[in-house]
Design a protein around this ligand. Structure first.
Ligand code: NAP
Length: 503
């Protein structure tokens, strides 16, 4: 059977370039790449060579006959993108091969014509590591990386859930980059505290800001100052031993936790809060968090979205991961009423599959006594309900969802009891003193990674990752993003444009 890409797909597209028959799509130069929830192997074109398995940094690819029970559904997910019949034997090229290049285009690094360059990278998360990797392909470039924490790799270390062990192996790839003799990583070094941005600019030919989006979007409703309300990303930091969250304590004594927002962060947190602690024992989870989870009384995590199932922010691979992980140990509950009259766009394969899986979940019989992750749709948070300064629940306004996905309040409300309320409504970038900032989007304004002050580029200063494009995409999305920024930097260096004379 052909190879199959599974849940851990990080989207860094290394597999695309390794594939000798160009059967993995979308490729970074195809229009769907920016919006795809994962990459897919065309089962009719795959020649089963395994080159993609070797290239994948997170072990997300397996031969079809070696899929685990939990991964089985991904064979269909891959095939569906190509309209291929997984079990047909008489087809070879069901897609229009005339539209495809026989091989994904690979560009060999051309040495810089400009002299040696010393580049500073601020941050050491995925976008920083991919940028360093790209820069170090050029033999006359040296890189110094500045990381404020005492351990590198940002969200790859402190953001990926501990039970996503395959995804966390991307750090091995970053270890390889970190060992490069022309890369120096300075830990415990914060720009703005230990060095100013100006000093950094004076010491390097260019500065690449890859500081990510370190805060949360805030929910602007009454009651968010009560004890028992916090953001889901604090829980993520806590269970991943992030030093900023090591001292956090969450009240897990109530039966229900409500998570507002239904992106992949919400799913990660819901999964960890309902997991059997014994299953987490062998992971990298913080031992403090594990001890707290052993004492937890949380029986239900309610994941609430203000819009409908078709607008759900979680991705299909993550929903499959929830649905198929040891069925019976945690119930995933979907109310069939939320799916009534909902129809997927017939041309949107991912939407079709997501809706079909939600319907399947709505039809499952719950297991008596198992912890539950329950999805709710069409409920916008209005107020955190409190008593004596503590959270007691959430008041939601009911919405109807239009065909275009917009939410309109019906005028009705519903109150839900909860002992802990977490908002999971996205990350937000923070301003960097001395650089322009777009407060609404939480990004540093830029043109293909060149920092822009109005219409003028800030000489020698570039951005990549979430602070460049906003908090979207997967770990590997940063590879393409950083390559684009480095291409812009390179064009400037070669033309001598926008490059500051080093003082
Ligand atoms: P996200 O995907 O942007 O989801 C944010 C959620 O918050 C959406 O449901 C959104 O609903 C809702 N929301 C926003 N403002 C709201 C408000 N005022 N009131 C109520 N709901 C509100 O954010 P995320 O979960 O933090 O994820 C960030 C990125 O990291 C995503 O690209 C995600 O895929 C990625 N990530 C991936 C993984 C993984 O692959 N395992 C794990 C974690 C994170 P609307 O759509 O209605 O705005």
């Amino acid at each position: 059977m052909p190879h199959v890409i599974t849940q851990a797909c990080c989207g860094d597209a290394s597999c695309v370039y390794a594939c000798p028959v160009n059967c993995i799509h979308p490729t970074p130069d195809e229009p769907d790449f920016g919006t795809a929830e994962m990459l897919y192997i065309d089962p009719a074109t795959c020649v089963d060579c395994g080159a993609c398995v070797t290239a994948c940094p997170v072990g997300a690819i397996a031969p079809g006959h070696r899929l685990t029970d939990e991964q089985q559904r991904f064979a269909q997910v891959n095939a569906a993108q190509y309209d291929a019949d997984l079990f047909a034997t008489d087809i070879r090229f069901p897609v229009d091969m005339g539209k495809r290049l026989p091989l994904a285009p690979v560009t060999a690094p051309v040495p810089l014509r400009a002299g040696p360059q010393h580049v500073a990278i601020v941050g050491s998360g995925p976008s920083a590591m991919y940028a360093a990797d790209e820069l170090l392909r050029l033999p006359t470039v040296t890189v110094t990386m500045y990381e404020r924490l005492s351990a590198p790799y940002g969200l790859a270390r402190f953001g990926v859930a501990p039970d996503h062990t395959a995804t966390r192996t991307v750090m091995r790839l970053f270890d390889d980059v970190a060992r490069h003799p022309r890369l120096r990583i300075l830990l415990d070094c914060e720009i703005g505290r230990d060095l100013t941005l100006e000093e950094l600019r004076e010491r390097h030919d260019a500065v690449l800001w890859a500081g990510g989006a370190p805060t949360d979007r805030t929910l602007d409703i009454p009651g968010t100052d009560a004890a028992g309300y916090t953001c889901a990303t604090s829980v993520v930091g806590w269970y991943n031993d992030h030093p900023d969250f090591a001292g956090e304590r969450f009240d897990l004594s109530g039966d229900r936790t409500v998570i507002i927002g239904n992106g992949n962060v919400a799913l990660d947190v819901a999964r960890i809060l309902t997991a059997d602690p014994d299953d987490l024992e062998s992971t990298t989870i913080s031992r403090t968090a594990l001890a707290a989870l052993r004492e937890s009384r949380v029986g239900e995590v309610l994941v609430v979205a203000r819009r409908g199932p078709l607008q759900a922010a979680f991705t299909l691979p993550e929903l499959i991961g929830l649905a198929d992980h040891r069925p019976g140990t945690v119930d995933i509950i979907v109310d069939a009423a939320d799916l009534e009259g909902v129809t997927a766009d017939p041309d949107d394969v991912t939407e079709r599959e997501k809706l079909a899986l939600l319907r399947e979940l709505a039809g499952r019989e719950p297991t008596a006594g198992a912890p539950r992750i329950r999805f709710a749709f069409g409920l916008a948070p209005r107020e955190i309900l409190t008593a004596g300064g503590r959270v007691t629940g959430v008041r939601f306004a009911r919405n109807t969802i239009g065909a275009d996905g917009t939410a309109t309040p019906t005028g009705g409300t519903v109150d839900v009891d909860a002992g802990l309320v977490l908002s999971s409504i996205g990350y937000h970038g923070v301003a960097v003193p001395g650089l322009p900032f777009d407060e609404r989007r939480g990004i540093i304004p830029n043109d293909e990674g060149r920092v822009m002050d109005g219409d003028s580029p800030v000489p020698g200063v570039y951005v990549t990752g979430w602070i460049k494009r906003g908090p979207t995409g997967f770990i590997g999305t940063n590879k393409t993003d950083s390559a684009r920024t480095i291409a812009a930097w390179r064009a400037d260096v070669e033309r001598g444009v926008g490059v500051p004379a080093r003082r």
